[in-house]
Unconditional design. Structure first.
Length: 487
């Protein structure tokens, strides 16, 4: 598997292999995180695409129904209880969908799978509703009296004219609604917009380089036989060329971990308010597009019911990995209304009070226990060693290699720690996954852009780069210590 980035962030044009464990090294601000953010955006955007689309379609239909509900001023004085009462408006018993709409009862009564049929029923009743017949009914006098009490002092209105205007507007909304939900049966546009908004979220709307945006940017995820993703970006937006940008995904789950401190505030979710685009919005619910940290918090805190059989299989497959994690973090985790705790020997410690380094181990352990890390997972780690002592860096490197070896997890990580790289280099040989491991080093080009180079056959370039800066400060220290020019 390979991901190719062209003119994304500051990456000029590079291909990165994703065969098991992929390690990217390089200086600060050299584009190491770009491939991870891009890969995460692609995979998360289409994860469970069918279910997301069904949920978003229901959300979209409800939004349009709410517009129609607010539109019908002609009926807004009629409440469900009055229509259903013994002395209520019996004429409306033949129009139960209109009653449920103007009363607002549909909001509480309808399940996700029922809203589309409700919209069709509403359209049929609006076409059938005969205002002239209503005027001839006994209910019409009560209707006029009902309105006159609330419109005291106002001029008499042409009820039939107002109804026709509002009905025509409602039917126009429904016509567009049915076109929108039936216009993309293969979810081509839906997938494109989901990827587009997720990329924009992760890159803060700057997917392309700040300079050099004249050329379109390209992203591809391919293997020898399949093209899974292929898209172009222009003006920081995925280009809509009517061709599918997504044909399938080799991974079912993607997690990006770059901040151990998210364990400190699992309850402090900031839900996005309506980010819709008004009349031109799409079926995709923009409020569902959240940052990778929000997604991760949701998974870490969520309760997951695992069957006895699943737990047996999980325990067996995790045995080797769990043994290594338990050497560092032997306790368990408890999430309740009282808070989040790390529990060991009966003692409960707030997770926020764990050492920062322990939090990185904690997130991996929780994901493992929830069954979230397996051969269908892409785990992206951005400088996971940043808060780890070299001893724990070695342990974490071994755990990473075991995740690939024992569970088939696909891992992409960035680092600028010579100790961590050496530990990964050593353990991937110890556990015989060298054929599934690729090391890359970023290089800044003369034009300021960055290129990724595979250094599997020349690992010395990574260590040489690290040693250069260690040598510089060592020489400085010697000059200060021994007052000598050269030693």
């Amino acid at each position: 598997m390979q991901i190719r980035l062209k003119n994304i962030g500051i990456v000029k044009d590079s291909e990165i292999a994703l065969d098991g464990l992929t390690v990217i090294t390089g200086k600060n601000n050299s584009g190491k995180s770009t491939v991870g953010k891009t890969l995460y955006s692609l995979l998360d955007a289409v994860c469970n695409l069918q279910n997301k689309a069904q949920s978003d379609k229901a959300y979209y239909i409800r939004k349009q129904l709410a517009k129609i509900e607010n539109l019908f001023d002609i009926f807004r004085f009629l409440r469900y209880t009055e229509m259903d009462a013994e002395d209520g408006f019996h004429f409306f018993s033949g129009y139960p969908t209109i009653v449920r709409l103007v009363s607002g009862m549909y909001k509480r009564e309808l399940h996700q799978e029922e809203v589309e049929q409700f919209a069709h029923d509403l359209e049929a009743e609006l076409f059938q509703f005969d205002w002239l017949q209503f005027e001839k009914s006994q209910d019409f006098d009560k209707y006029q009296k009902h309105l006159s009490i609330r419109l005291r002092g106002q001029k008499e209105m042409d009820y039939a004219h107002v109804f026709r205007l509002q009905r025509d507007q409602a039917l126009t909304i429904l016509e567009k609604l049915f076109y929108d939900i039936g216009n993309d049966p293969e979810l081509i546009r839906y997938a494109r917009e989901s990827i587009n908004q997720t990329l924009q979220m992760e890159f803060s709307n700057q997917i392309q380089p700040v300079k050099g945006q004249d050329e379109p940017s390209e992203v591809e995820l391919v293997d020898k036989e399949s093209v899974y993703f292929k898209l172009m970006v222009s003006d920081n937006t995925v280009v809509d060329d009517d061709f599918p940008v997504f044909s399938g995904s080799p991974y079912k789950k993607a997690y990006l971990i770059d901040d151990p401190f998210i364990l400190d505030d699992l309850d402090d979710f900031v839900f996005l308010r309506d980010r819709g685009k008004g009349e031109n919005d799409t079926i995709l619910n923009p409020n569902r597009i959240h940052s990778h940290n929000f997604r991760l918090k949701t998974i870490l805190k969520a309760k997951k019911v695992v069957s006895v059989f699943e737990q047996t299989v999980l325990d067996d497959s995790l045995k080797t990995v769990k043994e290594q994690i338990d050497k560092i973090l032997p306790g368990t985790f408890e999430f309740s209304s009282d808070g989040e705790y790390y529990v060991q020997n009966g003692l409960k410690l707030k997770i926020s009070n764990l050492a920062t380094g322990s939090k990185m181990f904690s997130m991996i352990k929780i994901l493992l226990e929830k069954g979230e890390l397996d051969g269908t997972t892409m785990l992206i780690l951005d400088e996971p060693e940043a808060h780890l002592h070299p001893m724990w860096q070695n342990s974490f490197a071994e755990i990473i290699v075991l995740l690939v070896k024992e569970l088939g997890v696909n891992i992409l990580l960035t680092t600028h720690s010579p100790n961590f790289v050496l530990a990964l280099d050593a353990y991937m040989r110890e556990y015989d996954i060298a054929q599934q491991t690729n090391f890359y080093q970023t290089h800044t080009l003369s034009d300021g852009f960055v290129q990724y180079y595979c250094v599997n056959d020349d690992m010395g370039t990574i260590y040489q780069d690290f040693m250069q800066y260690l040598s510089e400060v060592k020489m400085l220290r010697n000059r200060c210590l021994y007052n000598a020019e050269e030693l």
